[in-house]
Design a protein around this ligand. Structure first.
Ligand SMILES: *Cc1c(COP(=O)(O)O)cnc(C)c1O
Length: 195
């Protein structure tokens, strides 16, 4: 998918014309503003952290990639109940344990997966991870294969897992080799972000 954060609506239109039909944004307000200005019928993905009081905004997105805490999962479940349609989300897994990144540790995935299997308002469609920036191939592969293993655990506990969202501009080739179904590309497509 094309990650269009910090870029204007013309970046989304350009991606659409180039055949990219999925667009990722990491901030809710920026995304909602941009949606108003885009005519192309792209699928919008929210790939960044979401505050619990903003879950209603998920109504505007095809998929939420950053389900990173049990409390947020409960808020999504409540939103799914309100809108009478379950919210599609990916469990964010922090494989390398970096303190600057959110998400569940690999060892927490089974228990949270089992708990979420009992909530009807949220549907777990897969896993998202961010690998450590600029890391060695070995470390990157470990992060991506760890996410793949987490997806397998979620499948075992009954979730309809089919998406592995992993790989950014600096590491997407390795992510694809490790099984990514969705890579999230900003810089690679649009150049450096200046803001
Ligand atoms: C910005 C961002 C990307 C894209 O990063 P690039 O390195 O520019 O490709 C991917 N995923 C998330 C969650 C992001 O916030």
């Amino acid at each position: 998918m094309a990650v269009t954060k910090t870029h204007g609506p013309e970046a989304v239109e350009a991606a659409w014309r180039a055949g990219i039909h999925d667009v990722g944004e990491n901030r809710v307000q920026e995304a909602l503003t941009k949606m108003e200005l885009v005519a192309a019928p792209v699928r919008w993905h929210l790939i960044g952290h979401l505050q619990r009081n903003k879950v209603r905004a998920l109504d505007h997105f095809a998929l939420f990639h950053a389900l990173d805490s049990a409390r947020l999962a409960d808020a999504l479940d409540a939103q799914g109940g309100r809108q009478e349609r379950s919210v599609d989300a990916l469990l964010q897994v922090n494989v390398s344990g970096e303190s600057t990144k959110g998400g569940f540790a690999p060892g927490e995935v089974r228990a949270e997966g089992e708990r979420l299997a009992g909530l009807s308002g949220v549907r777990l469609c897969g896993v998202m991870t961010m690998a450590p920036y600029g890391a060695s191939e070995e470390v990157l592969r470990r992060a991506f294969s760890g996410a793949r293993a987490a997806a397998e655990v979620l499948r075992e506990v009954g979730h309809p897992v089919r998406i592995l969202s992993m790989g950014m501009s600096g590491d997407f080739e390795l992510a694809v080799e490790e099984g990514a179904t969705h890579v999230r590309l900003g810089t690679y497509l649009f150049g450096d972000r200046t803001t």
